[in-house]
Each structure stands twice: as C-alpha cells, then as structure tokens.
Design a protein around this ligand. Sequence first.
Ligand code: PMP
Length: 404
Amino acid sequence: MDWPQLRADFPILNQEVHGHPLVYFDNAASSQKPRQVIDALVHYYQHDHANVHRGLHELSMRATDAFEATRKKVARFIGAAREEEIIYTRGTTEGINLVAQVWSAQYLKPGDIILLTGMEHHSNLVPWQLAAKRSGAILQHIPVLEDGTLDLDTAATLLTDQVKVFACVHISNSLGTINPVKDLCAKARALGAMTLVDGAQAVGHLPVNVQDIGCDFYAFSGHKMCAPTGIGALYGRYELLEKMDPWHGGGEMITTVTLDTSSYKAPPAKFEAGTPNIADVIGLGTAIDYLESIGLENIQAHGNQLTTYAYDQMQALPGIRILGPRQPRASLIAFALDCAHPHDLVEFANTYGLALRGGHHCTQPLMKRFKLPGTSRASFYFYNTHAEVDQMMNILHQAVKFFS
Ligand code: PMP
C-alpha cells in the first residue's frame, strides 16, 4: 500500500500550524476528507443538484440515482441484508435518538430494563435516559474494569429476561477498547431484548458486518470515515423497521395524507421525512469507494502498527497513565500525565502544530469511573505516519520537562 501517495489525497494535511508541520491526531473526533470526496461535492453542486424522488426531470433523476446508489453501497459496506435497511441520518447521535424515541414510545413499559455499559458516549446514554424517563423503564450499566474492558462476569448476571434493550458501543472513543458486541448481542437477543450498537468509531476503521454481529440496529457517522459532516446511517433489521412507528413526520415519508390522518411509506422512506442531505449522501458514497479501494483490512493493520508504535513509546513517559488495554485496541490512545492538565497539554501541543484532543470526550461517567477530570487523546487514521508519531513523542517529552 502506497501510504504517502494516499496522504497526498488530503490537501488539508499539507500545512504548517504555528510554524510547524501539522500533525493531525484528532481523527476520533473527525477525520479529514480526501480530494475525491471534496470533488464529488463540487461536481454534484455544479452539475447534478435537484431535489430527489419528486422530480421527473433529468437533474432530479441524476440526484435520485446517486442518492439511492449510495444506499446500496452503505448496505454492502456494513453487510446489511438489503438496502431498505439503511436509513440516512445526520450521524450516530441522530440514529440512536431515532431508535430510543420510537422504541420507548411504542414498546417500553415501567420496570423494563435498558442495559447499557459504563463506557458509552453521551450519545448512547442521554437518549436512553430520556427514553427511561418517558416510559418508566430502568437503566442499568455493565461496569468497566480497571483495564478498560467490560466486566463480562457482571454482564452475565445483568443479562436477564427483564432486559428489553441492550445498547453498547462497538469501539470506545475514550479507551480504544473493542467490545465483544457479537457475543453480547447474541446473549441479549436470546433473552428477547432489542440490541443496538454504536459504531461511530468502528465503521471505516475495520471491516464491519452487521449480520455477523447480529445486532438489530447499528448507527454510525460519515464524518469519522472521510465523508462530509452531517451525514450518517442507521442500519435496522427490516422486520423491526416495518413494525416501528415513524419518528419525524413530514413530506416524503407518507403515501396518503388527509387533514386528520396519514399512511406511511415502507422503510426506509418512513424514517426519512423532508428533503434529505443529498450532497453529503453522495459524498458518503464517494468516501466508501475511496476506503474500499484501500481495503478495510489494510486500514486496520496500518492503524494497529501506528498505535502499537506510539503506545510502547508513550508507556515509557514519566508519570503517564494510559487508559484501555494495549491489545486489542483501536487506533487511539487516551492518557493522563501527572504533571499537566489535559487542556494545558493540548494547548502546549498545539503550539508545535500537534492536534490532540483533551477533555472528557463525551464520556463523563467513564472519567468519573477512572477518577480523572479528563484525558488527552491521540487518534490515528491511515494517512498518519510513523514520522508523525516520532514528532508527537518529541513534543510529549518537551511537555513533561516544561510542566514538571
Ligand atoms: N459514539 C461514539 C463512540 C463517538 O465517538 C461519537 C463521536 N465522538 C458519537 C457516538 C457521536 O457521533 P456524532 O457526533 O457524529 O453523532
């Protein structure tokens, strides 16, 4: 794989920040976009833009074809059985809210258990807190062990037939832990629970197959995998989508409307009210083509190499605490230094052109679990290099000297 050649596809990476070459290690927050995706957006707006589905004219048909072709690509990319199982969303957050709101209104009763984990992103906690409040369901959480993995012994005792929803993050954005979602979903489904996986950090980083995982729902965001912001997808098993009530009401999701009542289209249209984010859907399709041309196994292998290379050097820094297991680990390393608050460290790194992220990473309960105000996080993607890790190590060594 010609990694330097691939890196050249990302024009934004070729710049200096505060007089130093930019080292972008904030990929878990959002990835950068290759020229191919940027060009696809420009081409669409310059040549093909019109509203989808409604028009019989040339531009509307072109826009509709590209919009629906991407749905097929997304379905294939994540291993869905059919394209009608893919609902376009703004991202992971919106996908989870859709399921939590519809499910709690339609199915959850007082006393039902919603089982989550202690390492969820706020976007897989808050929607379920709202759902519990509305329905009278009870929230429970699988604890996180000191090594940053789930406490599977306790999980076994929490998985009872009172659990009606099991929702779990595939890869933790704060620990790098890769959770055994296939096994957990199988256990939860055998007890009759609906299962949802938050795939925000997984899709585009390793091969994902929702049928192999066996979950009912899987949500992810395009912007973390080279696609534009504001677009993502929710996978849902078709027979569940068919039975579910709509979420938002409006144009495009109906078959007939009278002043008093409406009937709804079949999924996915039932869940896509209003004019969708057409351009960014097309950008998502281009991003999938781009990632598939590299190969998800190659992307994962490169990420593993870089992460292990960084992890082993970082471990030797005085006063460092790295969260999460060494292996298996996704391409991110969150850490705390005794000598510096994460915000101070991230500001220091920024003066050398190094983009890290500092804070609670939208996982406040997890920070509390580890008794930390927050962490600093370096997160990698396939366009990052070993030389950039060396640069980060230099800066971290200087930071330790500066703050000690
Ligand atoms: N879950 C995880 C694990 C994440 O890392 C993120 C993004 N930081 C989200 C959910 C939410 O994704 P988005 O903000 O794109 O909806």
